[in-house]
Design a protein around this ligand. Structure first.
Ligand code: PLP
Length: 399
């Protein structure tokens, strides 16, 4: 067994930054009041809540009353989608893509079963939708567009600003406004998010993708948006997300978002360099690989590779035995069959079975890449020698 550990699964989740933990600590042990209480304990908690909301609003170029704290990215997406639909008294048409995270995809599939019409946009080989296709799908009864900012498996970035601009223009002459939601869970902390520049009405982020703890998210809702709550209880978060606010985690996501934005360019540069080093090393050292998604239209942190003739799960297990943590795609989709994202990108289904996502974070180093490049080629070779698919190919070629 190896003692060395290399973590290349930062799109699944990240370590919590030490500075974030430090800021959170006081809110567990000392400032532990309920932000709705009127005594001094509560007022201190409320002050932390207000400050956090102000900081997140400022980082997203939003107003304080447009920021809602939630329990995670999935919850933010669900409030956005179901909240908009609940506020409309007709079953409007929804436009989304075939490559959304299950938080959006399964919500849309559920809605379809309940009488809503949903259009799932195709993507090209790089995982990007066509703006023209999108424009053609808009209907008189369209009420919601939900398109992710960057995909979690291949990193593909979608033309959110262009979609937002188009919707803004057509909304001027429509009776029923089309609301625009984007799941920005994979871009928060990696791309400067400006809700005004993106021209979105709703935007979801999740703390554990940028060095805050798991279990805390944010939903931006533009002022004037017709939205209703999907859970009921207290008056917290303007009744859109009732439930006692999780102050330590709210302080944590705020600090993490601040740090991620302050070091964004620096981190992206480093991460991009490491990703390209790994990509070039893999191409040089391992035959018959496919790089999925285009580096130039994707976040800098994700490298998605299909290794032909082997199973991704077997490769993951053997990498894990060497102390290397990666993933076969979305951590949330493990055990749910093949990747719907690679399928939508028309990646050869046999090759897709041998797909691994390496996702970099700000703590990765050149040594990590070197270590992976030392072990990965040997593991791939070993697995291919055991693979009936590979043996069949070798026999066919008459070696
Ligand atoms: N959306 C995307 C694009 C994601 O990658 C994830 C998590 O992997 C989520 C939503 C869900 O976020 P959370 O784990 O905070 O529920």
């Amino acid at each position: 067994m190896q003692s060395r550990k290399v973590y290349l699964d930062n799109s699944a989740t990240t370590i919590v930054n030490a500075e974030v933990i430090k800021d959170m600590e006081a809110y567990f042990a000392n400032i532990y009041g309920n932000a709705s209480s009127i005594h001094s304990f509560g007022r201190q908690a409320k002050e932390a809540l207000n400050n956090s909301r102000e900081q997140i609003a400022s980082l997203l170029n939003a107003s304080v009353d447009e920021i809602f704290f939630t329990g995670c990215g999935t919850e933010s997406d669900n409030i956005a989608i179901f909240g908009i639909l609940n506020a409309h008294d007709f079953k409007g048409h929804i436009i989304t893509t075939k490559i959304e995270h299950h938080a959006v995809l399964y919500s849309c599939q559920y809605l379809e079963k309940n009488g809503y019409n949903v259009t799932y946009l195709d993507v090209d080989k790089d995982g990007v939708i066509s703006l023209e296709d999108f424009k053609r799908t808009v209907r008189d009864d369209t009420v919601l567009v939900s398109i992710m900012h960057a995909n979690n498996e291949v990193g593909a970035i979608q033309p959110i600003e262009e979609i937002g601009a188009y919707l803004q223009t057509i909304n001027e002459s429509r009776n029923n406004k089309i609301y625009f939601h984007t799941d920005a869970v994979q871009t928060a902390g990696k791309v400067h998010l400006d809700v005004k520049a993106l021209k979105v009405d709703l935007l979801a982020i999740s703390g554990h993708k940028f060095y805050a703890p798991k279990g805390i998210g944010v939903l931006y809702v533009k002022k004037g948006t017709k939205i209703k709550p999907i859970t009921f209880g207290g008056s917290q978060e303007s009744e859109l997300r009732p439930g006692t606010e999780n102050i330590p985690y709210i302080v944590g996501i705020t600090k993490a978002f601040e740090i991620a934005n302050a070091y964004l360019e620096e981190n992206n540069k480093r991460v991009l360099f490491l990703r390209e080093e790994l990509k070039e090393g893999v191409i040089k050292k391992i035959p018959e690989v496919i790089i999925n998604g285009s580096g130039s239209k994707a976040v800098s942190s994700i490298l998605n590779v299909s290794f032909k003739y082997i199973e991704g799960e077997a490769l993951l297990v053997m990498l894990d035995m060497c102390g290397i943590a990666a993933s076969t795609g979305s951590a949330c989709a493990v055990g749910l069959g093949g990747s719907h994202v690679l399928q939508a990108m028309c990646v050869d289904p046999i090759a897709a079975q041998g797909t691994i996502r390496f996702s970099f974070g700000c703590y990765n180093t050149q040594n990590d890449v070197d270590y992976v490049l030392e072990h990965l080629p040997k593991i791939v070779e070993k697995l291919r020698l055991m693979s009936p698919m590979y043996k069949g190919k070798v026999l066919k070629q008459g070696f």
